[in-house]
Design a protein. Structure first.
Length: 246
């Protein structure tokens, strides 16, 4: 499974290619799905382009994307969009249109409460386990662990020379991950090396303008669809090379 991460926390300063209004997000997501993405992760935006968990923005984003695609759609619940944990839980309860899943960063204050609110509403939880945090240990001790949809193993090391090693450390810290499926991905300079590691280890992955703005050769990507197309090439090549090893 290759998930497309449509925009993330990026904004207009990252270039016109980053989709911000719901219609632009939907068009970019549809192109990425046509290119081979089978799942969508998106950050709804306020009118000024900031990440938001408001019911109005979440509904508008989901409705636009679902009008153009037929694959699962998930949103962020990152603390940067709503710093107060109680307010974050309240936002989830206010949603009038529900995503198929939502990511919860397990190192953030209130993660368990946010995850519980999502599960109560029938929304799948992607447990975001960031490298360089205590999230893996917290998740291992969480009674909600066996109930999540999947684990997002998020490698925050942007160095292409060390990101793979950081990814392996994170996977080791996750252990059995409560038996849940793991999606492994990196960011910036680490995005492509970690994606290839996901292929070699048979894990799901993701790519998109949230994680990187460039292709493996360093050229600027022109769209999420281009990133997804290249990700599938890289993934299949890395998987084949792994299969040929003695």
């Amino acid at each position: 499974m290759v998930q497309v991460c449509v925009n993330g926390g990026r904004g207009s300063g990252d270039g016109a290619l980053v989709p911000l209004p719901p219609g632009a997000m939907a068009g970019s997501a549809a192109e990425a799905v046509a290119a081979g993405a089978s799942d969508i992760h998106v950050h709804p935006k306020s009118p000024c382009g900031q990440d938001t968990l408001s019911a109005k923005a979440v509904a508008a984003t989901l409705e636009e994307i679902r009008s153009r695609t037929g694959v699962p759609v998930g949103v962020t619940t990152g603390a940067w969009a709503e710093p107060d944990p109680a307010a974050r839980v309240a936002r989830v309860h206010e949603w009038t249109v529900l995503p198929d899943h939502a990511s919860v960063n397990w190192h953030e204050p209130g993660a368990e409460e946010v995850a519980a609110a999502l599960l109560e509403r029938g929304v799948g939880v992607e447990a975001g386990i960031w490298s360089g945090t205590d999230a893996a240990a917290r998740f291992a001790a969480s009674p909600l662990g066996p109930r999540v949809l999947r684990v997002l193993a998020e490698v925050t090391d942007p160095d292409p020379g060390s990101a793979e090693a950081s990814a392996r450390e994170l996977l080791a810290a996750l252990g059995t991950a409560h038996g849940r499926p793991v999606l492994l991905h990196g960011e910036e300079g680490g995005a492509w090396p970690v994606l290839r590691l996901a292929a070699r280890t048979g894990l799901a992955t993701r790519i998109g303008l949230e994680d990187t703005l460039v292709l493996p050769d360093g050229q600027r990507a022109v769209s999420n669809a281009q990133l997804v197309s290249e990700a599938l090439v890289q993934y299949r090549s890395a998987a084949r090379s792994s299969d040929r090893r003695p």
